[in-house]
Design a protein around this ligand. Structure first.
Ligand SMILES: Cc1ncc(C[n+]2csc(CCOP(=O)(O)OP(=O)(O)O)c2C)c(N)n1
Ligand SMILES: [Mg+2]
Length: 362
């Protein structure tokens, strides 16, 4: 895809595929028959939809970064480099009935569940026509079964487990998917949610999104062992790892997890290693470059989840023009959404005397 020297992490600006990494991308699921069958079963239109979702998410983030530079907003939380961990799993759901509870890092889940980019950007601007009607900068929409992230990290898993419990009691067949940062796993409520979901066999998928860092603390400074591969064993539930920069491995792992949930076999705790290619938010990008070793950025920079997937698609005979066309449409969509959101900010600021409407606790 087109690169943006002013906004992309430097490692992405002149990105070129390393053949060995593209080859490894296509082998991620090789040792797992079930995952292989899922990937082999993907039709071209599904592959391209995954690609479109990743590109749309990256361009959404680029727009937010542009807005920060232009002074439209003061800062933004981005998922650059982590798109595969969001997009693959959402596409693996039954999006007509399942529920997602994204973190701020999973903004791409919103549009993939059917929210418009305009609504997402309006959410950032706090306009009256945003899903939260300007009451919260976190973006989600119940109408599309997307919960808004909560600021107190580690508190979403109990909510996800609660929705899964309701789904089970009502026999709705819904699966709930949520993501938890490597740092947030250490919060008490997350442990309660894992335990409760496991013992009551709830249809919920927890994905530990290990982007190697929590604010400015490296995973090996806040966690022993510094990976989450065996975490599911502590709760006696199913689990497994997928490559967090590989959208197909993410899709396959989550497809199997969702099927398991729907069979009533209880929760699945997946973990994905990926990397935060910037700061915690746009305000501390320089700090991230000090706190995290340059080798880490170099290592993960070569594994751009969009670049690798693009190469894999081309290797499968998808024409470059097809990908360029998808990218152009996503780019137009983001530009149009940004224009509409800015217009909303001009004309539709929330009225102060409505501030308490829809607020249930003070
Ligand atoms: C209960 C609570 N403690 C601390 C914070 C401050 N805080 C916000 S984000 C964050 C780090 C989150 O790291 P991680 O879970 O790894 O997610 P990431 O930002 O890397 O996606 C912290 C400590 C908070 N929001 N809530
Ligand atoms: Mg983290």
């Amino acid at each position: 895809m087109k690169r943006f020297p002013a906004f992309d992490p430097p490692e992405y600006v002149n990105w070129e595929a390393e053949p060995a990494l593209v080859e490894a991308f296509g082998r991620a699921w090789a040792g797992d028959e079930a995952r292989r069958a899922v990937v082999d079963g993907l039709r071209a239109e599904q592959l391209l939809a995954l690609y479109a979702g990743m590109v749309r998410t990256r361009l959404h983030d680029v727009m937010l970064k542009r807005w920060v530079r232009q002074g439209v907003i003061s800062k933004a939380w981005l998922g650059t480099g982590e798109e595969a961990t969001t997009i693959g799993p959402v596409h693996a759901l039954d999006r007509a009935r399942d529920v997602v509870a994204p973190m701020i890092r999973n903004a791409g889940a919103c549009c993939e569940m059917g929210m418009s980019l305009t609504a997402m950007l309006c959410g950032y601007l706090g306009t009256e026509d945003a899903p939260s009607r300007g009451r919260d900068g976190h973006v989600g929409d119940f109408a599309h079964r997307v919960l808004q992230p909560v600021s107190t990290i580690g508190n979403m898993p109990p909510v996800a487990a609660g929705i899964a419990l309701a789904s089970a009691i009502r026999n709705e067949g819904r699966v709930v998917l949520t993501w938890i940062g490597d740092g947030s796993v250490n919060a008490g409520p997350t442990h309660e949610a894992f335990n409760f979901a496991a013992v009551t066999r709830l249809p919920v998928i927890f994905i530990v999104q290990n982007n190697q860092v929590a604010l400015g603390t490296r995973v090996d400074a806040h966690r022993l062992p510094a990976d989450f591969r065996d975490l599911h064993r502590a709760y006696g539930c199913a689990g497994g790892s997928f490559d967090g920069n590989n959208v197909l491995d993410a899709y396959a792992a989550t497809t199997l997890a969702a099927a398991r949930c729907r069979r009533g076999e209880g929760p699945v705790l997946l973990d994905a290693e990926t990397f935060r290619m910037g700061g915690h938010a746009t305000h501390d990008e320089q700090e991230a470059r000090v706190v995290l070793a340059p080798e880490l950025f170099a290592h993960w920079g070569k594994r751009d989840p969009i670049g690798l997937f693009e190469e894999w698609l081309k290797g499968r005979g998808i024409a470059e023009e097809t990908l360029t066309d998808i990218e152009r449409r996503a780019s137009d969509e983001v530009d149009r959404a940004a224009e509409e959101a800015l217009e909303s900010r001009e004309r539709r600021s929330p009225k102060p005397d409505t501030a308490l409407e829809g607020v249930y606790a003070e």
